[in-house]
Design a binder for this molecule. Structure first.
Ligand SMILES: [Zn+2]
Length: 105
């Protein structure tokens, strides 16, 4: 599965960030509701909420994985998330070849 024209890193980062936050929101909402149900009804928490929380976590993990594996320098292919960098912003220059990343998409 190789695309000929890959999505630029800025666009990809935006997509990943949006995905990550919607996953986080899903997970937090579910966790909040689970907490409420737990207080009200003891152990009788709807399975749906656990699934929603799980899906939220999966979306978060998936967006992080995508960011870590796909965010690469368009010139030399070096990973832009190397060194434990959180996918919140891109460096202005490629850490490997030093080319500017500001105008690559
Ligand atoms: Zn590079």
């Amino acid at each position: 599965m190789k695309e000929k024209k890959p999505v630029g890193p800025h666009k990809l980062l935006k997509i990943c960030r949006r995905l990550f936050f919607s996953g986080a929101l899903t997970m937090l909402t579910a966790a909040y509701l689970i907490g409420h149900f737990y207080t009200w009804r003891g152990n009788d928490v709807s399975v749906f909420l656990w699934i929603a929380a799980g899906v939220g976590i999966l979306i978060m993990a998936g967006s992080l994985l995508t960011a870590f594996s796909k965010l690469r320098c368009p010139y030399c292919g070096a990973s832009l998330m190397a060194g434990g960098r959180m996918p919140s912003s891109l460096p202005h220059f490629c850490p490997d070849c030093g080319k500017t990343l500001d105008d690559c998409d």
